[in-house]
Ligand binder design. Structure first.
Ligand code: PLP
Length: 497
């Protein structure tokens, strides 16, 4: 790594990125490309010798071949999925971590990187108003992983091993885990990897009338039935901000429902956890004092560029008991710490040995924006989403069939508009209206001027407009709504022609 060359190339790359952001609004948000479009434009094999001025040539290819083929997640017109928010310091923090390129798998492998992670997860936990028992300051502790899926897997494995130590390893087939039909699919994947039998993952149904949340009554009934059949309740994944509609499972009631049954309660707040920086959204995690673990993705809504998932647990020793290894003599140089400062070896909290220095960018984001700055980001997105919702509600052809939560508006053309349903959305046959809404989404996205996604809840196909990008301003939201209206008019005209 040559310092002079790095300086020159670094400037080239930073300029390239800055130019991209200056022009990002000109790109269609979703590219009009077909599978295989890129492979045909690139050589079939890597060059055997360095190309002359390779970085300049590669950046030209990025501009001419890659950018026209990416979905522009940072476009202010990207309203699909949940955003991956970005910031200058989020990106530069990534660059800094990549430049230092350390691997803090144990405390000794990079003491300051490990300790910064300890400090910054406590900072973030306090900013989100998490209870002390999830923080190092209160006997628990946090770590930074890549994804929520990692967090789920590690916590299920910790819960599994703790339970099997109690009841005997031969009973692994009796362990049961609980979630709702709105829980992210990564939970079932994590449960399978952890060795939970497919038939022992209870996906408890939700309904529109209760806002697609998991109810304590349904959970209690499922746990009771499993216990009566001799099975062993192990783990509940409650969600704060479900993927389809951002519904909020009632933590207090759910924790009370499994109290005394030895169930590990994990909260997946991948998207909406961020909102808890604002006191007015703290009610979303009411009851969190009783949970065993909590995870959220600062890369979704807290300006920390990809990737960053924060996981807090009340009992780090349960993670270490399941995932810790001390076979490796080479790694046995860790300091043991003293009464006040135990040395954390994060390799024992996760699946992999090697890990990235994610704390650096999160620390930069928190320092450069402050918690007040993050509150302002969340509030501005929620305000814009509320404005979008008002525009939808003011158009009689549309409905908002589930309450807006945070920055997510789920909306659809009313069934009555399409094919004579009674339009109240209850008990309707959604087949035809779902098809019309599917066509509407496709038409909106094909314009390139707005990009939204969809979900099917309670048999209803809804369009999802998730406001959460760093560059989105009110006029983008208004323009997105006019794109929807324009495309809806065309679809309705052909439906009635
Ligand atoms: N949980 C929820 C509620 C999500 O919305 C998502 C993704 O959007 C995930 C989990 C998966 O997150 P990750 O990609 O970090 O595993």
């Amino acid at each position: 790594l040559d310092a002079g060359e790095f300086r020159r190339q670094g400037r080239q790359v930073v300029d390239f990125i800055a130019d991209y952001y200056a022009r990002i609004d000109d790109y269609p948000v979703r590219p009009a490309v077909a599978p295989g479009f890129l492979a045909g434009k690139l050589p079939a094999t890597a060059p055997s010798t360095p190309e002359p001025d390779a970085l300049t040539a590669a950046l030209r290819d990025v501009r001419e071949l890659i950018l026209p083929g990416i979905t522009h997640w940072q476009s202010p017109r990207h309203f699909a999925h949940f955003s991956a928010t970005a910031s200058n310091v989020g990106a530069l923090g990534e660059a800094l971590a990549a430049g230092l390129n350390v691997n803090p798998f144990t405390w000794a492998a990079s003491p300051a990187a490990t300790e910064l992670e300890v400090v910054v997860t406590d900072w973030l936990g306090k900013a989100l108003h998490l209870p002390e028992r999830l923080l190092f300051a209160g006997g628990g502790g946090g770590t930074l992983m890549g994804t929520s899926c990692d967090a789920m897997l590690c916590t299920i494995v910790a819960a599994r091993d703790r339970k099997l130590a109690e009841i005997g390893e031969e009973r692994i087939g009796d362990l049961v885990v609980y979630c709702s039909d709105q829980t992210h699919f990564s939970f079932q994947k994590a449960a399978r990897i952890a060795g939970i039998r497919r038939g022992n993952c209870r996906e408890i149904p939700t309904c529109r009338e209760s806002g697609f949340v998991l109810t304590a009554m349904a959970l209690q009934a499922a746990v009771a039935a499993d216990e009566a059949a001799g099975r062993v309740p192990l783990f509940l994944c409650a969600t704060v901000g479900t993927t389809p509609t951002a519904a909020v499972d009632p933590l207090r009631e759910l924790c009370a429902a499994v109290d005394g049954h030895g169930v590990w309660v994990h909260v997946d707040a991948a998207y909406a956890g961020a909102a808890c920086v604002c006191p007015e959204f703290r009610h979303a995690i009411a009851g969190v004092e009783a949970v065993d673990s909590f995870s959220t993705n600062p890369h979704k809504w807290l300006l920390a560029n990809m990737d960053c998932c924060a996981l807090w647990v009340t009992r780090p020793d349960a993670l270490v008991a399941a995932l810790g290894t001390d076979h490796d003599v080479i790694l046995k140089d860790a300091a043991r710490g003293d009464d006040h400062h135990a040395a954390v070896d994060y390799k024992d909290w996760q699946v992999a040995l090697s890990r990235r220095f994610r704390a650096l960018k999160l620390w930069l984001v928190l320092r450069c924006h402050g918690v007040d700055g993050l509150r302002a980001v969340v509030r501005s997105h929620v305000r814009m989403a509320a404005a979008f919702e008002s525009m939808v509600r003011a158009d009689a052809r549309f409905e908002v069939p589930v309450p807006r939560q945070f920055g997510l508006v789920c909306f659809r053309l009313r069934p009555a508009t399409q094919l004579g349903g009674d339009g109240d959305g209850v008990g309707d046959d959604f087949t035809a209206s779902n098809e019309a809404n599917r066509r509407l989404l496709e038409a909106v996205n094909a314009t390139g001027r707005a990009y939204m996604s969809s979900a099917v809840v309670g048999g209803m196909y809804v369009l999802r407009c998730a406001v959460g990008n760093s560059l989105t301003e009110e006029h983008h939201v208004r323009e997105a709504w006019s794109v929807v209206q324009g495309q809806a008019a065309a679809i309705l005209a052909t439906a009635t022609a």
